[in-house]
Design a protein around this ligand. Sequence first.
Ligand SMILES: O=C(O)CCC(=O)C(=O)O
Length: 297
Amino acid sequence: MFNIVKLPTHLRKWKMIETIIGDYPTEITQQQVDFIDRENFYTFGKILTDDEIIEGRFAYARVWEANPLAEEQRAGDGVPGHPSMKIESYCHEPALAKLIANEYILRIASAALHTPVDELVYVDGYMHRQRLYARWDYCDWSWDGWHLDGAPNIDPLTHCNVWMYFNDCTRDEGVTQALLGGCEKQRENIRAGYPDGDRWEPGNIQDGIQAMIDEVGHDPDKGTWAVAPAGGGLAWGGFLWHRIAPNRSGINRTLVTYEYAPRSADHKTEFKDRTTAELRESILPMLPDDKHYLLDY
Ligand SMILES: O=C(O)CCC(=O)C(=O)O
């Protein structure tokens, strides 16, 4: 199931990155769909061309250099010292906006959501900057940032967040750490009728999850890391237990997120409510004509 990119020995150190979906997938297999149904995430190999990666890096750097937002507007949610910007701040950059309609990103989201590509809509996006802003010690794997962003349920995903990496992202760049098996444990709890708990309320963590977190502990060799090469990334959503890791590389984890939902979903309006029709129309010329429907809902 895992794809290992084999390269000449002198390049292997930085290219031996295992992902669950390989490079430029023409289809997402049933086994891969089963994996995301079960775990609420999967990693994928290179799906952008070298030109797209390079253009993306320069666009990313321009957006941060222009630095249009006040510090308080750049605060990341739930992740210390980890500023982010919403799509409104970078959708003028064609290299970033056009990826809303990237065929591989759409294929990956479509499989995760069990929804045909032409019934998907784009529901949001943001870009991260994570380098020297974290308040942790860089040797510290032990920070207790484990959390989940959605309420557990037993259904497949209805929101898919595709994180595109523009550089190789390894543990050193502080990739996301996922709790493998955590979603299944929560489904078991639902089926057994256990009450759901708020992670941040002492003693209120869902049954069995703390033991799984303790088992991963502070050992960076345990746990599942969302490592992927430049041009690859992570697709995820739902109620995945996860945390960000310290960035020890001194290099930004250069990533931009692309979020999708089925057109029929009822939770997709935040982006539409937040943005003006003019802003959404300004993005359309950067997408192929036959993909305008992604923003038309
Ligand atoms: O940046 C990351 O790797 C994790 C971010 C996070 O925890 C979140 O978006 O909820």
